[in-house]
Design a protein around this ligand. Structure first.
Ligand SMILES: [Zn+2]
Length: 826
């Protein structure tokens, strides 16, 4: 009986999913007729999904399709626009009117379609969404009758069938290759436990549902461009959660809604929820709302629309993970999870149709209120920049550009907040503009909160993440022309020298330049002290490239450096003499540098997020070739090929691998460890590190409150201020005495007795932005996020904080680069 039930569920047919009493156009191909299997029988691979979307677009006059770019693995980023054929004929006018209405006080919503963005499976191993998408798009193309006609007349659907093509493909491969003919629901079957790193993330192992605001990944860039092009009224984001749960739809926990989100947004979310409830009641599916998930971090898909005049909706379906699995709610089949997602996709559209004018009017009032807020600060602006780093400044400006935030050049150099803002190295953001609320969400520092629990980070203040100087409330009279064509500052070599070239270390891409020089077998040195020449001051960490005794002759060296400076946007100066004010160029204070040979540990025992951030950093920003050394391969690897090993947030390693790595450090290697690795360094006696003990006894906390009590002691992600010793090589390239650090751990390292061994130290009350409990704040003051210790002839570098968080923490990437390039000077 058991087996009959299971195999019957495997042979599901379309009628299991589709609404009753609807006729379907026979000329529209079903999913099965194109992909070769019924929806839910196998996990859809991305290539087959693309095939079906193209087939539907070709056969239906309700659908157009576009390819907005490629993932890292070269998969297309498709978007389908679905509406009535009549609307399609006027689609440009509909879009123009839709946007114009957000900029006017007198929009007429009577005949205006509502815009709904539906997206699926941003986490690749939460596949019921993308698989349900096949059914949703079939229904929208093929259903006949008054209901669908009215729906399509009143709605423009932006249909994003796979938010994360690379992850979806990776997971489909896993689930399908482990499927047996006789489906086995035993949760211990291999089918239900993926190998590292799993299919959740994209190519470089990023959680793409954290990138809606930073927009650093190609998938997000395409999606955010579509978003701002259309400003959808509703955006849905279909996920999966634990196998024993039921189905979740928003609203989430009310007290955890970001205070910049209007109250009405959450009320409308509740209104939309009644449609999901009604539809799920009808098919008998259990669900819940308001008890988990939240709308705080605007970098998530279901929260990002909330600061852009729309309403974001999160769906979470209990995951069958593979094809069928035992659960607290009985046998959970993949088709069942798909049917719930499909049902919620249709109930979203039903809500949109019925609440159309109310939701459109909400959007119009959102922007009207934003305009009023902006005009109250008509002459005010934010300025940001770094007088020594144009590229980092450019990259923050690039994010503003992607969000259609307007900004201007600085008219002329000026000082605000004690910082100098240089033309060409700074931008001004006027507050009086359409996206003024989004600007607030990106730039604000927040340290008081209604709730002490967060689903994700509690702070993301962008100028701090970039470690840029910035000032709020400056006058717009400092603004020059609006930047319409954002460009990198040109790099160049000031001239040809027969003696030496120098490059200050502050620009973001200097590690790329230095790595190219060293890996091409050219010699370079680092200056441990500042010096001056020809009226210019060169700071700590300036790179010296002598002309004599190089592999290239003087002419070729000049040509090579010139090309390198151009492509890396850096300034290299040609010097005619070695005699300077300060250390001369032949001084022993210039130290020869060695080419980094890096192994980045990946695989079991290592956090894939942290490792992926580094892989992405080396590969896409600095063009550095690194070896991704799997923890299972350490035993047979020849470690002498590397001078640097990086362990990002490792919790464990086998005894034999530990011993091998320790011997390698003792023989002169540099090991750089992050977060939990720091504790591991201590227990495995790589370095003697002292931690502040976190003892905690609950008082007056009930059993029911215990989860919240524990959760409140977590640092989910906040920003802290540290003082830096700029004379220490770990801090070369930073021009200020203070730095903003991101941390999401509660590992508090005690400082060393000798002050010179504490090159980075938190200030007494270091919280700059984000949530930290009072107890933790008392503990973190004056501790250190970094310790550097010797081990034999080698070096152990221990970071408690993440210097490369989610690809947008440009501000502390250089700390890692310094640990790598200047490892022998640490
Ligand atoms: Zn998810």
């Amino acid at each position: 009986m058991f087996c009959t039930v299971i195999s019957a569920q495997d042979k599901v047919d379309l009628s299991y999913y589709l609404p009753q009493n609807v006729s379907y156009n026979q000329n529209i191909p079903t999913p099965e007729s194109i992909v070769g299997h019924q929806v839910g029988q196998w996990h859809i691979t991305h290539d087959k999904l693309v095939q079906y979307m193209n087939a539907l677009a070709a056969s239906s006059d309700r659908i157009t399709i576009e390819n907005r770019g490629k993932t890292f693995e070269d998969r297309p980023l498709l978007l389908l626009t679905i509406t009535s054929p009549k609307n399609h004929q006027n689609i440009d006018a509909i879009r123009t009117e839709h946007i114009a209405a957000t900029e006017s006080n007198s929009a007429n919503t009577a005949n205006m379609p509502i815009v709904v963005y539906q997206g699926f499976s941003i986490h690749g191993n939460e596949p019921s969404g993308a698989n349900a998408g096949l059914l949703a798009v079939y229904y929208l193309a093929a259903a006949e009758g008054d209901y669908i006609n009215e729906l399509l007349d009143n709605t423009v659907i932006l249909f994003d069938p796979s938010f994360n093509p690379d992850g979806l493909q990776r997971f489909a491969y896993w689930a399908n290759t482990n499927k047996s003919i006789n489906l086995n629901p035993d949760p211990s079957d291999r089918e239900y436990s993926e190998v590292w790193p799993g299919g959740r993330t994209n190519h470089y192992w990023f959680d793409m549902n954290r990138d809606w605001l930073p927009v650093q990944l190609p998938e997000s860039r395409a999606r955010i461009a579509s978003f701002h092009k259309w400003l959808p009224n509703i955006l849905t984001d279909h996920h999966e959660m634990g196998t024993n749960s039921s189905f979740f739809f928003q609203p989430g926990i009310p007290s955890r809604t970001h205070p910049l989100t209007p109250k009405l947004n959450q009320e409308l979310t509740k209104g939309i929820a009644t449609y999901h409830a009604k539809a799920l009641d009808k098919i008998g599916s259990l669900y819940y709302t308001e008890e988990s998930f939240d709308d705080f971090y605007y970098g998530k898909g279901s929260t990002f629309p909330d600061i852009n005049g729309g309403i974001g909706i999160l769906f979470e379906q209990a995951s069958s993970r593979g094809h069928i699995q035992e659960s607290d709610n009985g046998i959970l089949t993949f088709p069942f999870s798909i049917r719930n997602q499909f049902t919620a996709a249709l109930s979203t559209l039903d809500a949109a149709k019925n609440m159309r004018e109310e939701i459109l009017k909400y959007q119009h009032s959102f922007y009207k209120n934003a305009r009023n807020e902006g005009s109250r600060q008509a002459n005010k602006a934010i300025v940001f920049g770094d007088s020594k780093d144009a590229a980092k400044t450019y990259h923050l400006a690039e994010i503003l550009k992607r969000h259609k935030i307007k900004f201007n050049e600085v008219k002329q150099d000026f000082t605000a907040n004690g910082k100098r803002f240089k033309k060409g190295y700074s931008y001004i953001v006027p507050k009086n503009q359409k996206n003024t609320r989004l600007i607030n969400a990106m730039f604000e520092k927040r340290t008081t909160f209604q709730d002490s629990l967060f689903y994700d980070v509690s702070a993301w203040t962008f100028p701090l993440a970039f470690n840029l100087d910035y000032a709020e409330g400056v006058s717009t009279s400092n603004a020059g022309a609006e930047v319409t064509d954002l460009k990198f500052k040109d790099g160049n070599v000031s001239g040809r020298s027969n003696y030496a070239y120098v490059m200050e270390w502050h620009e973001y891409y200097t590690p790329k330049v230095l790595n190219s020089i060293l890996s091409n077998g050219l010699r370079a040195k680092v200056g441990l002290k500042p010096f001056g020449l020809n009226g210019k001051e060169y700071d700590y960490g300036t790179i010296l490239i002598p002309v004599q005794n190089q592999k290239l002759n003087a002419a070729d060296l000049h040509k090579y450096l010139n090309e390198l400076a151009k492509e890396s946007h850096v300034q290299i100066d040609a010097l005619p003499t070695g005699l300077t004010k300060g250390i001369d160029l032949g001084s022993g204070m210039f130290r020869a540098l060695e080419q980094p040979k890096i192994a980045l540990l990946v695989g079991d025992g290592i956090s894939s997020y942290d490792a992926g951030e580094m892989w992405h950093l080396f590969d896409t920003r600095y063009d550095m070739t690194i070896t991704k050394l799997d923890t299972k391969s350490i035993g047979r690897a020849d470690l002498s090929r590397y001078n640097t090993i990086i362990m990002s947030n490792a919790r464990s390693l086998s005894e034999s691998s530990t011993k091998k790595i320790k011997t390698w450090v003792q023989n002169g290697g540099t090991i750089i460890g992050y977060k939990n690795t720091v504790k591991w360094f201590n227990t495995k006696e790589f370095a003697k590190l002292e931690f502040k003990k976190m003892e905690r006894t609950a008082k007056n906390i009930s059993y029911e409150q215990r989860g919240d009590y524990r959760g409140a002691q977590v640092i989910g992600g906040a920003i802290f201020e540290a003082e830096i010793d700029r004379t220490h090589p770990i801090n070369f390239g930073y021009k200020n005495d203070k730095i903003a650090m991101f941390r999401n751990t509660t590992i508090f390292m005690k400082p060393n007795k000798n002050s010179y061994n504490n090159p980075i130290q938190y200030t007494k009350r270091p919280i700059l932005s984000g949530y930290i409990s009072k107890r933790n704040l008392d503990s973190i003051g004056s501790t250190v996020p970094l310790q550097i210790k010797g081990l034999g002839r080698g070096t152990v570098v221990a970071f408690t904080d993440n210097t490369n968080f989610r690809a947008f923490w440009y501000g502390t990437n250089k700390l890692l680069m310094n640990a790598i390039f200047f490892r022998e000077e640490l």
